[in-house]
Design a binder for this molecule. Structure first.
Ligand SMILES: [Zn+2]
Length: 83
């Protein structure tokens, strides 16, 4: 996938690609994912969404003002979480 943004819409500075880290899996850092809809239920283990397709999330940070832009990958993850 091509880089969706290269310059900040607010200040015009360069955008740096990254991702948001999720520590929900036993403190093992994994990239956050986007899932459609709303959480089916909330438990001690977090939101249940086992039957939903999840997409990797790219986060772009402006090197000038720090603004963040988020984009979900077009293709779902090949191996969804086991939750
Ligand atoms: Zn900016």
């Amino acid at each position: 996938m091509d880089t969706p943004v290269t310059t900040c819409i607010r200040c015009g500075e360069n955008m740096e690609e990254g991702f948001i880290v999720d520590f929900a899996d036993n403190d093992n850092p994994v990239p956050s994912r986007w899932v459609p809809g709303v959480p089916e239920k909330l438990t001690m283990g977090g939101a249940a969404w086992s039957n939903k397709k999840c997409h990797g999330v790219r986060a772009y940070r402006c090197t000038g003002c720090g603004a963040l832009e988020f984009f979900a990958d077009a293709e779902p993850w090949a191996k969804p979480d086991k939750h």
